[in-house]
Design a protein around this ligand. Structure first.
Ligand code: 6PG
Length: 469
C-alpha cells in the first residue's frame, strides 16, 4: 500500500460508539483503518458509510490493520472495558513496533489504565463522553498517559471533539489513568445529576399529580435558566414523548428499573477508598441499586402502603424545586471536584480542575452552562471547595432555603429524594463549626481507649470512664 493510502489511525471495535467515532474521524479528513472481531460487521459498516467510505480501510485481521497504518502507528480500542482490552493490547503489541501507540477509548476503570500504562509502552487512556451523538459529531475527551503521546494524536482528537466557543473539549489530564479517572467522576456526577432531576420529577408526578406533558413544560422552562444543560433538555424531551403503540406518554410505560454499567459505582468506591465524602453521588448509585429491586419494593408497598401524600403546591412551588435542584447540583459538583483533588494527590497527578470543568462544558452528558461558571470559579480561586467559592456561595445563599423546603416537604409526603437530601446534609455539615463527632470520640475512647483531643489542651487524652477508658 502506498504511503498516501495508509490510514492515519486505526480503530478496533465497530459497536455504536466505535462506528460513530470512526465516522467522526473520517469526516474530519483522516483516513481510518478499522477492524472488528465479528468481521462481517466491517464490510457492512463501510458499505453504510456513504461518502466517507473513501476514508475507510477495512481490515479483517489485526495483521492487516497494522499493515494499513502510517508509522508510528496509533490504534484506538473501542471495546468493552475489562479483559478484552488486555487481550487486544497483547495481540497488538506482538505485531507493533516499539513506538506504536495504543489508545483505550472505552470506559475503563482507571486503576486498570494505571496498570496498563505502567508497562512503559506508548499507551493512552482516554475518556470519551457524549453517547452516540457525541461520538459522531463531537464528544468531550479526557486524555491520560504520556504527554508526548497525547501531543502526537491531539490534532485528531481535538478535531473530532466538541468545541465550546472555539475551544476544543479535548484535554490532557495527566499521566497514566488520569483521563479515565476524570471520566469516572464525570459518570458519578452524571448519575447524581440524573437522580436529582428524577427526584424533582417524582415530586411533580406523585406530589403535585402533574402529567408528563406538564412536567416536560417545567423541564423545558428550567432549561432556559441556570439549570440549562443537556440532561435537562433531554428530560423535557422524554417527558413529552408519546408511545406510538399505546399513544400514552412514554414515561408512563417505561419500567422503573434503571440499568448501570458500573462507572457511577466506581466513583463511589473511589470516594470511600480515599475517605472523601461523595454522598450525593453515593445516594444516586444507591438509588439505582434500589430501583433494580422492583419485586422487593412491591412487597414493601404491600406491607406499608405506598400512596405518597399530595404536596401542597402553595407550600412548594415549581420555583422552589428549581432552586433546590440548583443547590443540589452545586453540592454534587463540589463533592465531585473534591474527589478529583484527592484522586489527583493519591495518584501523583496535577489534575487541572478548571480545565476539567471546561472540557465538560460541551460534548459530554453532563454539559451545562453551570460548568462555565465552575470553570471560572475554579480558575479564580484555585483549590477552593466549589461551594465556598464566592460565586457559588452566593448562589447557595439564594437557594439553600428552597433545597431545605423541598427535602422537608418531600419527606413529609413520603416522597424519596435521597440525592437532594444528601446534598442538603452535606451543606449543613459543611457549615457546622462544632459537629457531634465529640460524642463519637468519647464512644471510641470508652470502648477502645482510642483517646481524644481536648478543646482546651494539646495531646491525646482519655475520659473518666474507668476500665473502658
Ligand atoms: C457518557 C456516558 C457513557 C455511559 C452511559 C451508560 O459519558 O457518554 O457516561 O459513557 O456509559 O451513559 O452508563 P450507565 O450504564 O452506567 O448508566
Amino acid at each position: 500500500m502506498s504511503e498516501n493510502n495508509l490510514g492515519d489511525i486505526g480503530l478496533i471495535g465497530l459497536g455504536t460508539m466505535g462506528a460513530n467515532l470512526t465516522l467522526n474521524i473520517a469526516e474530519n479528513g483522516f483516513k481510518v483503518a478499522v477492524h472488528n472481531r465479528t468481521t462481517s460487521r466491517i464490510g457492512d459498516f463501510i458499505a453504510g458509510a456513504g461518502s466517507l467510505r473513501e476514508q475507510l480501510i477495512g481490515c479483517e485481521t489485526l495483521e492487516a490493520l497494522i499493515g494499513a497504518l502510517k508509522k508510528p502507528r496509533s490504534v484506538i480500542l473501542m471495546v468493552p472495558a475489562g479483559p478484552i482490552v488486555d487481550d487486544y493490547i497483547s495481540a497488538l503489541r506482538a505485531l507493533m513496533d516499539a513506538d506504536d501507540l495504543i489508545i483505550d477509548a472505552g470506559n475503563a476503570n482507571f486503576h486498570d489504565t494505571n496498570r496498563r500504562a505502567a508497562g512503559g509502552e506508548p499507551f493512552l487512556g482516554i475518556g470519551v463522553s457524549g453517547g452516540e451523538e457525541g461520538a459522531r459529531h463531537g464528544p468531550s475527551i479526557m486524555g491520560g498517559g504520556p504527554r508526548d503521546q497525547w501531543n502526537r494524536v491531539a490534532p485528531i482528537l481535538e478535531a473530532i471533539a466538541a468545541d465550546y466557543e472555539g475551544a476544543p473539549c479535548a484535554t490532557w489530564m495527566g499521566e497514566g489513568g488520569a483521563g479515565h479517572a476524570v471520566k469516572t467522576v464525570h459518570n458519578g456526577i452524571e448519575y447524581a445529576d440524573m437522580q436529582m432531576i428524577a427526584e424533582t420529577y417524582g415530586i411533580m408526578r406523585d406530589g403535585f399529580g402533574m402529567q408528563p406533558q406538564q412536567i416536560a413544560d417545567v423541564f423545558n422552562q428550567w432549561n432556559q435558566g441556570v439549570l440549562k444543560s443537556y440532561l435537562m433538555e433531554i428530560s423535557g424531551q422524554v417527558s413529552a414523548a408519546i408511545d406510538p403503540q399505546t399513544h400514552r406518554p412514554v414515561l408512563d410505560i417505561i419500567l422503573d428499573r434503571a440499568g448501570q454499567k458500573g462507572t457511577g459505582r466506581w466513583t463511589a468506591i473511589e470516594a470511600q477508598h480515599l475517605g472523601v465524602p461523595a454522598s450525593v453521588i453515593e445516594a444516586a448509585v444507591a438509588a439505582r441499586n434500589l430501583s433494580a429491586q422492583l419485586d422487593t419494593r412491591k412487597t414493601g408497598e404491600d406491607i406499608f402502603g405506598a400512596a405518597p401524600l399530595p404536596v401542597d403546591p402553595e407550600a412548594l412551588t415549581i420555583g422552589t424545586l428549581e432552586n433546590a435542584l440548583i443547590a443540589g447540583k452545586i453540592m454534587c459538583y463540589a463533592q465531585g471536584f473534591e474527589l478529583l483533588a484527592a484522586m489527583s494527590g493519591a495518584n501523583g497527578w496535577s489534575l487541572p480542575m478548571p480545565d476539567i470543568a471546561r472540557v465538560w462544558r460541551e460534548g459530554c452528558i453532563i454539559r451545562s452552562t453551570m460548568l462555565n461558571d465552575m470553570a471560572t470559579a475554579l480558575q479564580k480561586q484555585p483549590g477552593v471547595n466549589l461551594m465556598f467559592s464566592d460565586f457559588f456561595a452566593s448562589r447557595l445563599r439564594e437557594t439553600q432555603d428552597d433545597l431545605r423546603a423541598t427535602v422537608s416537604k418531600a419527606a413529609g409526603s413520603g416522597l424519596p429524594a435521597p440525592a437532594l437530601s444528601a446534598g442538603l446534609s452535606y451543606f449543613d455539615i459543611m457549615r457546622t463549626g462544632r459537629s457531634t463527632a465529640n460524642l463519637i470520640q468519647a464512644q471510641r475512647d470508652f470502648f477502645g481507649a482510642h483517646g481524644f483531643e481536648r478543646i482546651d489542651a494539646d495531646g491525646a487524652h482519655h475520659g473518666p470512664w474507668g476500665a473502658g477508658g
